[in-house]
Ligand binder design. Structure first.
Ligand SMILES: Cc1cc2nc3c(=O)[nH]c(=O)nc-3n(C[C@H](O)[C@H](O)[C@H](O)COP(=O)(O)OP(=O)(O)OC[C@H]3O[C@@H](n4cnc5c(N)ncnc54)[C@H](O)[C@@H]3O)c2cc1C
Length: 506
């Protein structure tokens, strides 16, 4: 083990040390991938009329890690698409505004068991071990840079500006209606994975009291990119009191807003992160095995209220004297007063005006809101089709979650009416009730991705069972030439003297 001063000496690496350290890490990664046998031959028989065995929709951290896991499993004819332009995929450089990830820094993530591919090894190589040790949480921009590096280190490529717009079942699989750079294109695949993030389960949730009262240029959901510069010197109202709301408040204040008022409808900020109760490996891996009743019971407790803000984001806004927190802010009503926005709470005008409103009000799970699933939603089983909650445990939001197989596949509402649904796997926040945690979060990837890839491999194998039986039983090539041992084959009559010698030895 290194001594403490030794470790400290690695912090603040000089440019030369850093270059050497990165080169060493690159070598270690290449070696680790070699030793793990990262590129087994593709084993999935090709089918006529099928372009890809698997298409992954979404090139965020989930899509990249899934593509890597599929390749390691020998499922090589796949493709990853993302609607965004390169660099705009996922949330980290677009709508996430926090300084650091909320996940604990030591959680295993997209490295999928190969330590050299993990964030810690990447960060150590660039900044030194002491620098990693001193991090409380992973800086968001470093995480984004790491994910970009991860894709190149694992050889995962993403087709950007390629949006999935619709799905049609065809005889041998699924036909995907894509928009590639704005042009319609059709491609086919056998299995489809929707790794489309939080909003991919439904939509960002902007309450009607905002939507119906204000013109579109006067409000935004925290999910959208927001230019806070024009709000310099002006007053901003933020509704919602989870981390994303506080993050938006922080950026508005740091951009010079005259004042930011955050409205929380409850009498206090949620001070618990109940979802963390699910973090431990036993739960992340095996939650999906629990009976429906227990899965529902757990999630109805953990989702009773939105997760509270992480301490870092509260401390970030508290530094500003022009940040104001309103608790118990119920029955809001917005209206226009000239160019300004007026707010009444429970019928009482709060007395001052705003220039802009941000909805930090989370996301809804609602497959009907997903254009790519149009035409199929009515045939997908939701939890409300499969489970009737105990009195007192009803939850309309949970009831809209899709009822997924343990391998994240959709299931049919009416058996036999839409068998192709089993070929669509939903690796998005809405998978939480069926399979535990948001599988795309760092804490969910370690177990969720192997479970997903195993389920897909199993289906691909069993669907081609005859071909695999024939392949396994096909006359094999000999692995040994008889020339290797021919001259040592016992010839009793040709070598009688050895028979006698044996008898003496025995
Ligand atoms: C503000 C914020 C903070 C968060 N902080 C954390 C955190 O600290 N730790 C953590 O683990 N998680 C955090 N999360 C959750 C976070 O969303 C996920 O962990 C992570 O982004 C999930 O990665 P993903 O690849 O599954 O989805 P995303 O990163 O959301 O990527 C989905 C991709 O799908 C693409 N897409 C969607 N629909 C289509 C379509 N029809 N066709 C083609 N492409 C499509 C999108 O363009 C997008 O690039 C945070 C989320 C938010 C919003």
């Amino acid at each position: 083990m290194r001594s403490e001063p030794d470790i400290r000496a690695q912090n603040n690496l000089s440019a030369t040390e850093r270059a050497a350290s990165i080169a060493r890490h690159d070598d270690a990664v290449a070696r680790a991938l070699r030793l793990h046998g990262v590129r087994p031959d593709n084993w999935v028989p090709s089918r006529s009329g099928i372009d890809h065995d698997v298409v992954v929709v979404g090139g965020g951290q989930s899509g990249a890690a899934i593509a890597f896991a599929l390749r390691r499993a020998g499922i090589a004819r796949g493709s990853v698409i993302d609607a965004a332009e390169e660099g705009q995929e996922g949330v980290w450089l677009t709508t996430a505004r926090m300084n650091s990830l909320r996940s604990p820094k030591l959680l295993p993530g997209p490295e999928l068991g190969i330590a050299e591919l993990g964030f810690q090894a990447w960060y150590d190589a660039r900044h030194g071990e002491a620098a990693f040790a001193s991090l409380a949480f992973i800086p968001r921009l470093d995480w984004a840079a790491y994910l970009k590096w991860y894709r190149s280190a694992t050889g995962v490529s993403i087709r950007f500006q390629t949006r999935l717009e619709g799905i049609d079942p065809v005889e041998s699989g699924l036909r995907l209606r894509l928009s590639v750079g704005g042009h319609p294109v059709e491609e086919t695949c056998r299995k489809l994975i929707l790794a489309t993030g939080f909003a991919g389960s439904g939509s960002a949730n902007t309450p009607a009291f905002i939507r119906s009262a204000l013109p579109a240029h006067l409000y935004a959901h925290a999910e959208e990119p927001i230019d806070f510069q024009p709000l310099r010197g002006r007053r901003v109202a933020i509704f919602g009191a989870a981390s994303a709301a506080f993050d938006a408040a922080a950026v508005a204040l740091e951009s010079g807003a005259a004042g930011v008022h955050l409205f929380c409808r409850h009498d206090d900020i949620e001070r618990y992160s109940l979802m963390r109760m699910l973090y431990y490996p036993g739960s992340v891996e095996h939650f999906r095995e629990l009976p429906d009743r227990e899965r529902w019971r757990i999630m109805s407790v953990l989702c009773r209220r939105a997760q509270g803000p992480v301490p870092d984001t509260v401390r970030r806004v508290r530094k500003f004297e022009n940040f104001h927190l309103h608790l118990g802010a119920r029955d809001p009503a917005l209206s226009l007063d000239g160019d300004a926005i007026r707010l009444k709470l429970a019928g009482r005008d709060i007395g001052f005006r705003f220039a802009f409103v941000v909805a930090g009000t989370g996301y809804s799970v609602d497959l009907k809101a997903r254009p790519e699933l149009a035409g199929h939603v009515e045939r997908i089983a939701l939890w409300r089709d499969r489970y009737r909650p105990e009195p007192g445990e009803e939850n309309a939001e949970l009831a809209r979650h899709p009822y997924l197989s343990p391998g994240f596949a959709f299931t049919e509402k009416e058996p036999g009416t839409a068998p192709f649904l089993r070929d669509i796997h939903f690796f998005s926040a809405g998978a939480m009730l069926s399979n535990g945690r948001n599988p795309g979060e760092v804490s969910g990837m370690r177990h969720g991705i192997p479970q997903l890839v195993s389920a897909i491999g199993r289906a691909l194998f069993l669907e081609d069972a005859d071909a695999h039986v024939a392949r396994i039983l096909a006359p094999p090539q000999p692995i040994l030439d008889d020339a290797e041992y021919k001259d040592r084959i016992w010839q009793e009559h040709a070598q009688p003297e050895f028979a006698g010698a044996d008898a003496v030895d025995g």
